[in-house]
Ligand binder design. Structure first.
Ligand code: ATP
Ligand code: MG
Ligand code: MG
Ligand code: MG
Length: 560
């Protein structure tokens, strides 16, 4: 069906929402693709839904091609399995939780490892039932601390999550390889510029893990890549456990009042150091988690640089109450390997999100407080600064540093979930075999925004053809006969297999229609205007701006 703009629920906006910080947020709202419902929760309008479906279609095709079987699990899940694996605690406030009328505890699924494991435990009994790859495209819920950037980081969002089940390590490696290759095909087809980088396995547990990152200024991930070899890694990928600080070694405590909310400058003044000073054991609370900017070896935190990065953020002090009653925080900390990445660019220390403290009493702060004595943390962020041009750990050539959006993530989970739920199948010898798993995510809704980030220009969205809401946007300039011709051409284009959007709106000036067409970003714009009476139309390539005038019939042939 030709999509008629006169009938479509579509209103383009001249101005972006005041809080829109990113290109995709501004443009997807202005062009009428999405509409905010509440913080981090979005309505997909007709144009947006088409793009979302196009992304989902490509993902489905490639998942099916590696033998994935599509299923659909509930989003409303009992809390118990997430308790069993400890992930309820790990996810913490990220988890949306609710209670039913009988008092039973539920969560809205943030990701489904637990539930898929239970499904396979129910369904698979023998090694003959494996390997199996299951996937779904489904709504996920995470109560993100900072649901900004429009659909890039939603609290409700669409994810493709897949899970592989194998009887041995070689099988898992093969399932992982299949997914990796499928992801390469998916992101290539979608029109992404992307990198595959090694990643930390984080809350998922497990070992081998890679992320698919789409370089973009709006990204919240930082990665390094070698200018010469294939080395690329997420900043999170290089952490390892290092010994906790020696509780005995501590300096004098100097209390300060925290009734105000100091900026980094006032913090520096409180601490009695210049804003350019270096500090050790600087604590940050990021996304609600107490974290320390740690100091491996003799490297120190440069407060001046941190200030620069945080500006114009408000830096809040936290109090010792954050640490009291939290024995779980006494676990030592995870620190860096010798070489790591710039804490200044760590996405978790993004502007407006860091709280800095050195707390030892409620409401008080001190310098030279000591980890393990005055407080404990479960994790240190590394602060070794890597400057562009630093040597690549793999080949020694220069490193570059970039910002990117995480669009996909693949994990070899191993037996963590199978152990938690006792997922065994009968092996060839009749003895039970513990199953080994992988999990593989793609942010479907995030991919829409990430593509917008990478492809938009100053005039608006500019979709790669595979995901565009239409192939051709026919603009009827509006004079007598032009709309009729436009509809006639549109019908021919559709009959020949093209997806067509027609701007047949009456009483809208040609100028507004052209501007809207650029904003909406369909790859080819056809103008039925000035020379319509002669049967001549103009084709404009949205990306290059290249224009060609040609007879309508030839245009149809060229576009199909
Ligand atoms: P991020 O680091 O951006 O918070 P994540 O590592 O927590 O993402 P995963 O648990 O790996 O995310 O989920 C798989 C994929 O789901 C991610 O690679 C990303 O594309 C997408 N995704 C995760 N969180 C969100 C969100 N809040 N909004 C939209 N997409 C998301
Ligand atoms: Mg996350
Ligand atoms: Mg991540
Ligand atoms: Mg991830």
């Amino acid at each position: 069906m030709v999509q008629l703009m006169s009938r479509m629920l579509l209103k383009t906006l001249r101005d972006a929402p005041a809080d829109a910080e990113t290109v995709s947020h501004r443009l997807l709202v202005r062009a009428g693709y999405v509409r905010r419902s509440s913080a981090g929760v979005w309505t997909w309008l007709p144009l947006g839904k088409r793009v979302l479906e196009n992304v989902a279609r490509v993902v489905r095709e490639e998942m099916d091609a590696i033998g994935g079987q599509e299923v659909l699990l509930p989003a409303l899940l009992p809390r118990e399995p997430y308790e069993a694996t400890g992930r309820a605690g790990e996810y913490g406030d990220l988890l949306f939780q609710l209670t039913d009328r009988k008092g039973s505890a539920y969560v809205l699924g943030p990701t489904h490892e637990e539930i898929f494991t239970q499904v396979v435990k129910d369904q698979a009994t023998s090694y003959k039932d494996l390997p199996v790859i299951l996937y779904q495209i489904q709504t996920k819920y995470r109560d993100e601390a900072r649901p900004r950037s429009g659909v890039l980081r939603g609290r409700e969002f669409q994810m493709k999550d897949a899970y592989s089940f194998d009887t041995d390590d070689a099988g898992l490696a093969e399932s992982y390889r299949l997914h990796r290759e499928a992801y390469v095909r998916i992101f290539t087809r979608l029109g992404f510029d992307y990198r595959v980088v090694s990643a930390v396995s984080g809350a998922m547990g497990g070992s081998a893990s890679e992320e698919f990152l789409a370089p973009a200024a709006a990204g919240e991930d930082t990665f390094v890549q070698c200018t010469s070899c294939a080395y690329a890694a997420n900043t999170e990928a290089v952490t390892t456990t290092v010994p906790a600080a020696d509780p005995a070694a501590h300096g004098p405590l100097e209390e300060l009042d925290t009734s105000d909310t100091p900026t980094i400058d006032t913090l520096a003044a409180h601490l009695g150091v210049p804003a350019s000073a270096t500090l050790k054991n600087l604590l940050v609370k990021v996304d609600g988690e107490i974290t320390a900017v740690g100091v491996p070896g003799d490297r120190e935190v440069d407060l001046g640089k941190l200030a620069e990065h945080l500006a114009p953020a408000t830096v809040e002090l936290v109090t010792a109450e954050d640490f009291t009653g939290r024995p779980d925080l006494v676990r030592g900390y995870i620190g860096p390997q010798r070489r790591s990445f710039p804490y200044l660019a760590d996405p978790r220390i993004a502007p407006g999100t860091a709280w800095i403290t050195g707390a030892n009493k409620p409401g008080k702060h001190a310098r030279d407080v000591v980890c393990g004595r005055d407080f404990t943390v479960d994790r240190y962020l590394d602060v070794v600064v890597v400057e562009p041009g630093d040597p690549c750990p793999s080949c020694g050539a220069g490193l570059e540093i970039g910002r990117a959006i995480e669009i996909g993530h693949i994990f070899q989970l191993g037996r963590k979930y199978a152990d938690a739920f006792g997922l065994d199948v009968l092996g060839k010898d009749g003895k039970p075999v513990r199953v080994t798993m992988g999990s593989y995510g793609i942010g479907i809704s995030r991919a829409v925004a990430a593509l917008a980030e990478q492809t938009a220009d100053e005039r608006g969205l500019c979709w790669p053809r595979e995901v565009a809401p239409a192939d051709v946007h026919v603009v009827a300039a509006g004079k007598a006969g032009q709309t009729e011709l436009a509809l006639e051409i549109a019908a021919k284009l559709e009959a020949a297999g093209a997806r067509v959007l027609v701007d047949d709106r009456a009483g809208v000036s040609p100028g507004v229609k052209f501007t809207d067409a650029e904003l909406i970003g369909v790859p080819t714009i056809m103008v039925v205007g000035r020379r319509a009476a002669e049967g001549v139309v103009e084709l404009k390539d949205r990306r290059t701006g290249e224009r060609t005038e040609l007879p309508a019939d030839q245009a149809v042939v060229r576009l199909t």
